[in-house]
Design a protein around this ligand. Structure first.
Ligand code: GDP
Ligand code: MG
Length: 183
């Protein structure tokens, strides 16, 4: 029910892209941002952030049973990450293509992981795997819901669904080049 509700609330696709600690340490932040910028998607949120353990565990909760989960949490919390929200029709699937396969050795040349990484455990970047997860990870669509649910005393139910951005951290704007990107 929730994914459908969220999709109904927000029509434009958005994806959560994150430069992981290895990407920040290696000075690849600009390179990663640049690829999404050049493609023509719209940046709506951007921050440098030290991810706390509970957020890392919530973000990767689907992988909790995997043997590499403890290493993954240690990796993601090992230094600052760069959190980004990108918007545009089809942005979720397109971003996954720009990022490339999870294992950088399998990722095609031309992709971020294919060009810039050698190992799954240090694969530089995260991208949401579905429009629903994009909404969940960014959290914008939940702002309105949160206010409403708060009145109903149900805020606890969905507070942890808006993961990486708080109210006021996402910017609504129209790029000057919009008319040159879409007919
Ligand atoms: P993604 O959506 O392409 O990022 O891949 P997954 O959702 O399957 O996994 C999330 C993240 O967990 C990956 O990007 C890796 O950082 C990490 N990961 C996945 N599989 C492995 C693995 O076998 N070993 C290690 N060390 N990390 C992994
Ligand atoms: Mg994933």
């Amino acid at each position: 029910f929730l994914p459908r509700l969220v999709a109904a609330l927000e029509e434009v696709d958005e994806t959560y892209i994150m430069v992981k600690p290895d990407g920040v340490q290696r000075g690849l932040v600009g390179e990663v941002i640049s690829r999404f910028e050049k493609k023509g998607f719209k940046l709506t949120g951007l921050k440098l952030f030290q991810c706390p353990r509970d957020l890392a565990e919530e973000h990767y909760k689907d992988l909790k049973a995997k043997p590499f989960f403890p290493k993954l949490i240690k990796y993601i919390t090992s230094g600052p990450v760069v959190c980004m929200a990108w918007e545009g029709v089809g942005v979720v699937a397109s971003a996954r293509k720009l990022i490339g396969a999870t294992d950088p050795l399998q990722a095609e040349p031309g992709t971020i992981r294919g060009d810039l990484a050698v190992q799954t455990g240090r694969n530089v970047v995260h991208g949401s795997d579905s429009p629903e997860n994009g909404k969940r990870e960014i959290g914008k669509a939940f702002d309105a819901l949160l206010r409403y649910y708060h009145l109903l005393n149900l805020s606890d139910m969905i507070t942890n669904l808006a993961l990486w951005f708080k109210e006021g951290e996402i910017c609504e704007w129209t790029p000057a080049v919009a008319q040159w990107l879409r007919e």
